[in-house]
Design a protein around this ligand. Structure first.
Ligand SMILES: [Zn+2]
Length: 94
């Protein structure tokens, strides 16, 4: 099994996707989407991504140190993924 190095457009059926060198966005796992958004997989999707993170902050856990409780990623083709903070660690900029 080859590890994919790039993510292609949804439903792509090119030879690279067929042999596993790349993966179509519609078949990407949560880990592959996280790697794509973190710059660890090449983005050839042509998609725009909307990332929504929900934080819980209070005096004992200020926002500058908070990790998101939930992260939702939507792609322009109507695809959606849900992440826990371990897969897609996001921190607010102080
Ligand atoms: Zn492809």
């Amino acid at each position: 099994m080859i590890d994919a190095t790039a993510v292609h457009p949804a439903a792509c059926g090119c030879t690279s996707c067929l042999v596993g060198e790349s993966v179509p966005l519609s078949g990407a796992t949560e880990a592959q989407v996280a790697a794509l958004l973190l710059g660890k997989l090449e983005d050839r999707t042509g998609a725009e991504f909307r990332v929504q993170a929900t934080y819980q902050a209070c005096a004992a856990a200020p926002l500058t140190e908070a990790v998101p409780k939930a992260v939702t990623v939507q792609a322009s083709q109507g695809l959606m993924w849900f992440f826990d903070s371990a897969l897609l660690p996001l921190r607010p900029t102080p």
